[in-house]
Design a protein around this ligand. Structure first.
Ligand code: BES
Ligand code: MN
Ligand code: ZN
Length: 533
């Protein structure tokens, strides 16, 4: 998608569709110049039509009118942003997504978008770029119906952004477009990887995807198979993988800064759950819950996509991605309830439910990540149905006891427009994992299931600052909404990228693990950096 800037006069800009975002009440006296001008050119009929149609500027409202040659633009789209007090860049991102879907429906190849003054221009521009590019995303490669012509339609290729009066058109805006574009492309790439069925995306395909990322972003990729996993004595990972006909893969991507001083700094480690299909294993899932389980590698897709952007960002510290990819299948070779597995860390685990497989693989991968002495570990995992019960389909659960690092992740999510909610990792629940025959068991009582899973993971991170994000709910969207489609969302990519950006902008250097505990939450400074998008 190609973006260009046009200053000032929205009505002159023309195009196939002029999109004017409006706050609730903007039809009245607070109307922005673009609306006043367009309305004037249409003899007051634009506002009159809006009133007739009940358009008020509420979030989710929109109205498309043909201008019948009375305006340079063929159509006008009024796009509701909702209440002024509640406008965030995410509101604009979602609205831009709706405009993109409308343009797609009308088969438009270009449009003109008025940049509202609800945020500083670079912030608004980045949100619009992301909203439009995420909004046109479709996963339809397996549809053989619909006609070749429709498929080959060129799509939305050019967008003119009308800047508010007085906004300077400098490098800052160009950077906002570039970053928005990189992040949206990476997110759509993650969505593809998640939407692809499990007969296509198996562990080996995921490893190939990692290799593609490394090549595109200039990272180092190391891929291992079963032999390497055995060598590393990852007994829990091997247990989960042993029922599948597909060989498990161990994936390590690393970004290392060119400056040797930066390269010696403590890295950030990203860990992603990568169960390419979760049947539940011998503790087989019911048919209905199994249908969605190609999604169970969404954590790793987000981590890989974020690494793509991080390679471009070139932060002044190393960033590693650690992924253990396998399939959870029932078979004659599958691990069984009652089996006792020995983790890389040495702890033994009694299997009470083979469907609690994610924590087993992640436990060994977290141990491996800790060995690289990171300043912080963030893991993303479609880990528990319990988290979906607790927080629903749109909110990520954030777990961890290292307050400063949790705060940094929450602040990054807020700036990136992803919803996170902190959850406790309280020892009160620990009884749930007590085993009679081993150091612990892999699943306990149902109550507090998301916390139990987090507590299990915590056993493997020691003192390393760690944040666990349970994305079981938000990894897919149940319906079309804003820039989302039904299906994979790419959740987490934006938060991870923002976390690394904020850390890169923070003057605080965290040379060693010991000092990381003293780090203050990256609020003040980091925010002002994101304000510059
Ligand atoms: N992959 C699932 C969790 C999940 C549920 C992801 C819904 C996406 C949507 C995970 O491996 C799982 O099966 N968890 C079990 C744990 C239980 C057996 C302790 C669950 O949540 O039921
Ligand atoms: Mn499972
Ligand atoms: Zn799973």
């Amino acid at each position: 998608m190609n973006f260009s800037f046009v200053p000032g006069d929205a009505v002159r800009a023309g195009g196939a569709m002029l999109v004017i975002p409006l706050l609730d009440g903007d039809l009245g006296d607070s109307a922005p110049a673009a609306l006043v001008d367009a309305d004037k050119a249409l003899d007051g009929k634009l506002r009159a039509a809006a009133t007739q149609e009940g358009f008020k500027g509420k979030a989710d409202q929109s109205l498309v009118l043909h201008t019948l040659g009375r305006l340079q633009a063929e159509r006008v789209m009024l796009l509701g942003l909702g209440a002024r007090a509640r406008t965030t860049p995410e509101v604009l991102r979602l609205a831009a997504g709706r405009a993109a879907k409308m343009a797609q429906k009308l088969k438009l190849t270009e449009l003109t978008f008025v940049v509202p003054e609800t945020a500083p221009a670079p912030v608004a521009v980045r949100a619009i770029v992301e909203g439009l590019m995420l909004g046109v995303y479709k996963f339809d490669r397996y549809k053989t119906t619909g006609g070749k012509e429709e498929k080959k339609a060129p799509g939305l290729g050019a967008v003119r952004l009308v800047l508010p009066q007085g906004a300077s058109q400098g490098a800052e805006l160009e950077e906002a477009v570039e970053l928005g574009r990189d992040v949206a492309q990476a997110t759509n790439w993650a969505r593809d990887l998640v939407n692809e069925p499990a007969n296509v995306v198996h562990p080996d395909r995921l490893a190939q995807a990692a290799q593609e990322v490394a090549k595109a972003a200039g990272l180092k990729a190391t891929i291992g198979g079963r032999r390497e996993i055995e060598r590393l004595r990852m007994g829990m990972f091997l247990g989960v993988a042993q029922g599948s006909a597909h060989e498990p893969k161990l994936i390590h991507l690393s970004y290392v800064p060119k400056n040797p001083k930066d390269a010696r700094r403590a890295p950030v480690a990203l860990v992603g759950k990568a169960i390419t299909f979760d049947s539940g294993g011998l503790s087989l899932k019911p048919a209905d819950s199994m249908v969605e389980m190609k999604t169970d590698m969404a954590g790793s897709a987000a981590v890989l996509a974020a690494m793509r952007v991080i390679g471009e960002l070139q932060p002044p510290f190393p960033v590693h991605a650690f992924i253990g990819a396998c399939e959870n299948m029932p078979s004659g070779t599958a691990y069984r309830p009652g089996d006792i597995l020995t983790s890389r860390l040495g702890k033994t685990v009694e299997i009470t439910n083979t469907d609690a497989e994610g924590r087993l693989v992640l436990g060994d991968i977290l141990t491996w990540a800790v060995e690289h002495k990171p300043a912080a570990i963030i893991d993303l995992a479609t880990l528990t149905g319990a988290c979906v019960i607790a927080l629903g389909n749109y909110i990520v659960g954030a777990f961890g006891d290292h307050d400063a690092t949790v705060e940094q992740v929450l602040s990054a999510a807020k700036a990136a427009g992803e919803e996170l909610w902190r959850m406790p990792v309280t020892e009160l629940q620990k009884d749930a994992l007590r085993s009679e025959v081993a150091d612990m068991k892999n699943s306990g009582e149902r109550w507090g299931g998301a916390i139990n899973a987090a507590l299990f993971l915590k056993e493997f991170v020691g003192d390393t600052p760690w944040v666990h994000l349970d994305i079981a709910g938000p990894s897919t969207s149940p319906k079309e909404r804003g820039y989302f489609n039904k299906g994979a969302t790419g959740v987490g990519v934006r938060t991870l990228v923002e976390f690394v950006r904020q850390r890169a902008a923070s003057p605080e250097q965290e040379p060693a693990r010991e000092t990381a505990a003293a780090a203050r939450p990256a609020k003040g400074k980091a925010r002002s950096k994101t304000a510059r998008a």
